[in-house]
Design a protein around this ligand. Structure first.
Ligand code: IMP
Ligand code: MG
Length: 184
């Protein structure tokens, strides 16, 4: 285990099992219906690529990007800084895929943005859900795991841009983010 990790929360094996389960739910939901998976960069790139390879029905893939976290662990101002082309959104059934649903601000804002831009339908799928932190009413249509209120990294999730490449999910030692914030 990486020296900066306090506790391993989800192993590679548990992640594979969880994604298999959710991939089946997504497949059942979109059977016979065109849809586009929109991966929210950068955090969901690993989850989205594992998820779509377990969905055996036709789908398209798009990306969008927001930034709400600077280098700290609390939510800042949300900016949508990258969106798919208009023809990839208008009239389409979209499945937004993100790494974690925390306050809910990112997914809520993205859903409104895509509906405003003419999407026929917007659903959401998150790898992790931290319901204790929700700041507004938003629930994901699909989620792999619920997590307690800890700052977690790995499997796409970062702290100050690092740890995305860990193959498991773990909580970060508090002294790591305290040091980084103090030195920022
Ligand atoms: P929300 O808008 O507060 O729901 O935040 C969603 C975004 O915050 C996610 O896409 C993550 O980038 C980031 N985030 C929230 N909690 C964590 C965490 O525990 N570890 C890493 N990133 C997190
Ligand atoms: Mg993110």
């Amino acid at each position: 285990m990486h020296a900066d990790i306090d506790r391993k929360l989800f192993t590679e094996e548990a992640i594979v099992e969880g994604i298999d389960r959710v991939a089946k739910e997504v497949t059942a939901c979109y059977q016979g219906k065109d849809f586009t998976v929109i991966s929210v960069l950068k955090g969901s790139c690993i989850f989205a690529s594992d998820l779509i390879r377990r969905i055996p029905i036709p789908l398209e893939l798009g990306f969008c990007a927001t930034s709400s976290y600077r280098s700290g662990t609390t939510s800042g101002q949300l900016e949508v800084n990258f969106l798919p082309e208009e023809n990839e959104v208008v009239g389409r059934n979209l499945l937004l895929v993100d790494d974690i649903l925390d306050t809910g601000k990112t997914m809520y804002a993205l859903k409104q943005e895509f509906l405003k831009r003419g999407a026929a339908e917007v659903r959401s799928c998150v790898f992790l859900d931290k319901p204790s932190r929700r700041a507004l009413e938003f629930e994901a249509d699909f989620r792999v795991f619920e997590v307690e209120d800890l700052f977690v990294v790995g499997y796409g999730l970062d702290f100050a841009g690092r740890y995305r490449n860990l193959p498991y999910v773990g909580s970060l030692k508090p002294e790591i983010y305290r040091e980084t914030i103090a030195g920022a």
